[in-house]
Design a protein around this ligand. Structure first.
Ligand code: ADP
Ligand code: MG
Ligand code: MG
Length: 898
């Protein structure tokens, strides 16, 4: 059996396979598959054929040779078109003309543009003039063909053609192309052909069959152009997918005033509103609509009114054809069960469909369309959930730039935390805080941020850094707080001394106003207006559906009352990570923390800690109140102590004065605490092992706060490597509980568990589990320690790694499933073996990443925890993970609507 390389559509003997959305789309490409599908639905599609993507693959495998049977199959398919239309390709009296279009599986810029009117030459143009009775139309079509073919297939500059056309219009003293006469077009064609000869050294091909193979070859060659190759690299499209070629009988929208061409969406792609949205042009061909030479008119009266246009709609000028088109719209939506983006042409009052595909849409439109289609019975709730892109919800949760606003872009950085914000430029956290207190909106601009800047980041409306990646301190904290953040804007130079920043010769001073768009990574001059999000309505509906199906819980990483409230507002079902060090950085407490660090012995440390206790207790009480009835996981102190010490000379002097010690002494302690590698130093549970008083104070604060509120504290010991560390520290916590319960005469249920963030802990999870009521996977550090890769420094070279395919995605953004994921899996299995009821969650940044959430579902974690603004994303992603996981177990579990 020989391979079928060519599939016909539209003609009676159409032999395209029926299930065009599955593998056939791979074979015929998106455009070809949908043309065949429309034809099989009985819609008016001009007949044609598709040369499969397999020909493209074979072509490149075989030194750019076509498969031997291809020519015969193309000839046969061409015959079918001729039979269906009743005219012959190359016929001098009444020629068949063709369009040749590329069509990969996914629409791809960089591919060959469409060539229309193929088959015209000096002879057939005369036949076309006679058969159509319109000489002007025939020569207009011919000049379009020579230009398109010359440009797209022969590589003659598009501008040189334009110059000739402009000259002709000047000579004839006309403004519009449509005002040129047949004779003028004849002249243009002659000059076009001379241009081609000059440029390529060969005559313009007159033989229609040569023209066809020239165009087909150009489509296949365009698969390997630099633009196509780099687009594929960026979008992860494999080279062996190949492109198909679609050859189709031409229909003419440029034969007079009962002809037209247009593009449309079956619903409004920016709002999702259910009305027919589109444009058309009378007496025009193909790309005239998008070319912008003439102003296209709205399809419908409603659309025309919305735009405030007085150009008549198609509904008014061609009511009969419009009715047909509107029926097509219904048919397509019923069939594809999704919003479609279509192209059509009207030839002498007859409608033809030239393309359909799933329409691109904004996040807001995606939400509305999904909800509406469930209401209309077109799709199920599960399908609606699967169609939404969780990350895209982000767009809906933050203020966004008013799309109508004018913007002057200063520079670009990484889109580190979504949302748009305008404010006054400040260069220090203290300035940010001071100005915010005066009611001003500020953008905190730093080379990079550190935990000392937290108060300023909180006070700022947006954060801009020149260094660091998507998981730099600035990015992580900004996402956590829901602040807009552009990170790593490398072209920007900040000079703290002069309080200025510059890109090239553009200088921005402290006090100037800028706008940042953390969703796009853009930095703009001045205040660009923003619009507020709408979280009720369709958004709430979709979230409810997601909650109904998802198996995993969704918690938030939050420590401040504001973050906790935001998280609850977004539907968090508890706190999965409360970082207690944040509470230590509070300006009113840092003094006591430093006193504690400077204490020489345990009793002195206890004295300092006693001063911190009421504040910690207050913090927890407030947090528990907000999370009443829900679980709250509190991580005991984690960062190395030197992070709390003063660094600048001024801060050192100030601390020395208050603490009544010499500045030299402060400096000495700083040197003592200095670590060569703080990430692997004296931090996490290691602090608790050395200074048990610290953890004891924290545990006491937790219990004393919890006995007043209905809440289940989950006390989490960070960074354990061995079961012994957990055993020692759990005992300390339990003894503290006993003491507090005895003192107060009240008890509260609580659990003690651990973070799994070191490979050794994961590998020995069965030894650890007897003392751990829960494991929370701290995948930020687990990624760092598994890959031996610093998340703060890797940004510098991560792009090289991504470009060369070492990682498909940044492992700090999407969990490295093969490596880190394997450790998670091992820990889950070993933990469950000895403790079947062990509670399992994740609290790294990955807890808000849809791909990582799918992994969490597959290993059976109980919940994911993420920053407050990612909670809705996680709710949707968890729902999708459940649906897909169930579908995997039972292939037909994802129900289709009837
Ligand atoms: P794109 O991918 O840029 O949309 P298409 O392959 O859809 O490119 O073709 C561009 C335009 O060419 C279409 O909008 C359509 O109007 C016109 N076109 C394509 N095939 C035909 C045809 N058989 N008859 C008339 N016009 C056609
Ligand atoms: Mg195109
Ligand atoms: Mg198109």
């Amino acid at each position: 059996m020989t391979t079928q390389w060519v599939y016909s559509f539209g003609a009676k003997e159409s032999n395209a396979r029926p299930d065009t959305q599955g593998p056939v789309k791979n074979l015929l490409g998106g455009k070809g598959a949908n043309l065949a599908e429309m034809a099989s639905l009985g819609l008016p599609v001009p007949p044609g054929f598709t040369i499969t993507t397999e020909v493209c693959t074979a072509f490149y495998k075989n030194a750019e040779q076509y498969p031997a049977e291809l020519r015969a199959q193309v000839d046969a398919a061409l015959k079918k078109i001729e039979n269906a239309v009743g005219v012959k390709f190359g016929d001098a009296k009444n020629p068949l003309l063709l369009s040749v279009r590329s069509g990969a599986r996914v629409s791809m810029p960089g591919m060959m543009d469409t060539v229309l009117n193929l088959g015209l030459n000096d002879e057939t143009v005369v036949g076309l003039a006679t058969s159509s009775g319109d000489e002007r139309f025939a020569w207009d079509s011919y000049r379009r063909f020579v230009q398109m073919y010359g440009d797209v297939v022969l590589g003659v500059s598009h501008h040189d053609f334009e110059d000739i056309l402009d000259q002709q219009k000047r000579d004839d003293n006309v403004f519009n192309d449509t005002d040129l006469s047949a004779d003028a077009w004849k002249n243009v064609v002659a000059e076009y052909k001379a241009l081609v000869k000059r440029d390529t050294g060969a005559d313009f091909p007159m033989n229609p069959v040569d023209q066809l193979w020239g165009a087909v070859g150009a489509v296949f060659k365009s698969w390997m152009t630099a633009r196509a190759v780099s687009y594929r690299a960026i979008h992860d499209i494999p080279e062996d997918w190949g492109t198909a070629v679609n050859v189709q009988a031409m229909v003419f929208g440029n034969m007079g005033d009962d002809c037209a061409t247009g593009v449309a969406f079956t619903r409004d792609p920016s709002t999702g509103e259910n009305y027919f949205y589109g444009e058309y042009l009378i007496n025009a061909q193909g790309e005239d609509v998008v070319a912008g030479i003439r102003t296209p008119q709205s399809l419908t009266i409603l659309g025309r009114e919305k735009e405030g246009s007085n150009l008549p709609s198609m509904e008014e000028t061609m009511p009969g054809v419009f009715k047909q088109l509107d029926d097509v719209r219904q048919t397509l939506e019923k069939h594809y069960r999704d919003m479609q983006d279509i192209e059509f042409t009207v030839q002498s009052g007859t409608l033809y469909m030239l393309q359909t595909r799933t329409g691109k849409r904004t996040s807001a439109a995606a939400l509305k369309i999904a909800v509406d289609m469930v209401g209309e019975g077109l799709i199920t709730k599960e399908e609606a959930l699967l169609r939404l892109e969780p990350q895209a919800l982000d767009q809906l949760l933050h203020p966004t730039l008013d799309p109508a606003a004018h913007k002057t872009i200063l520079t670009r950085g990484l889109p580190a935390s979504p949302g748009a914000a305008s404010g006054i430029v400040v260069f220090s956290a203290d300035d940010a805080e001071a100005m915010a207190k005066d009611g001003k909106k500020v953008i905190l601009c730093r080379r990079e941020t550190s935990p000392e800047d937290i108060h300023g980041m909180h006070a700022a409306a947006g954060i801009l850094t020149t260094r660091g990646g998507m998981t730099s301190h600035a990015a992580v904290v900004a996402r956590g707080m829901g602040r807009a953040c552009v990170a790593g804007a490398g072209a920007l130079q900040i000079d703290y001394e002069t309080a200025t920043m510059r890109v090239g010769d553009r200088v921005v001073k402290a006090g100037d106003v800028i706008t940042i768009d953390g969703g796009a990574g853009e930095v703009m001059l001045g205040a660009v207006p923003t619009v507020q999000p709408e979280l009720s309505g369709d958004f709430a509906t979709v979230m409810q559906w997601a909650d109904d199906v998802r198996r995993m819980g969704v918690r938030a990483n939050a420590e401040t009352p504001l973050d906790a409230k935001t998280a609850r507002g977004f539907g968090a079902e508890g706190i999965g990570l409360c970082r207690t060090e944040h509470m230590f950085f509070d300006p009113t407490r840092i003094q006591h923390v430093r006193e504690m660090i400077f204490a020489n012995n345990a009793p002195a440390r206890r004295d300092a800690l006693a001063k911190l206790l009421p504040a910690q207790r207050g913090d927890f009480a407030e947090l528990f109140e907000i999370m009443r009835g829900l679980p709250v996981t509190i991580r005991l102190l984690d960062p190395p102590l030197h992070e709390f010490l003063p660094q600048s000379d001024a801060d050192i002097a100030e601390f020395a004065r208050i603490a009544n010690i010499g500045a030299d002494q402060v400096r000495m302690r700083l040197r003592e605490l200095h670590e060569t590698n703080p990430m692997l130093g004296h931090r996490g549970c290691r602090l608790g092992m050395t200074y048990p008083e610290i953890y004891e104070m924290q545990a006491r604060a937790i219990f004393e706060a919890a006995i007043k509120v209905d809440v289940t504290p989950e006390i989490m010991i960070p960074l354990i490597a061995t079961h012994r560390e957990l055993a020692v520290l759990k005992k300390l916590v339990d003894e503290t509980a006993v003491a507090v319960f005895a003192e107060t005469g009240k008890t509260v249920s609580y659990t003690v568990g651990t973070m799994i963030e070191l490979p050794r802990a994961a590998l020995t999870a069965d030894e650890i589990a007897p003392d751990a009521a829960f494991f929370s996977f701290g995948t930020n550090d687990l990624t760092q320690t598994t890959l031996g890769l610093s998340r703060d420094d890797s940004a510098l070279f991560m792009n090289d790694y991504l470009r060369q395919g070492v990682f498909a995605r940044d492992p700090f953004a999407t969990l490295d499933i093969d490596g880190v994921g394997q450790l998670v899996r091992i820990a889950v299995e070993k933990g469950r073996k000895v403790r079947p009821d062990i509670k399992l969650g994740i609290c790294g940044e990955h807890g808000g990443d849809p791909a990582s959430i799918a992994f969490c579902e597959s290993v059976g974690l109980h919940y994911v925890s993420c920053s407050p603004y990612r909670v809705p994303i996680a709710r949707l992603a968890a729902a999708q993970a459940t649906i897909r996981e169930n579908a995997g177990k039972k292939p037909d579990a994802v129900k289709r609507a009837a």
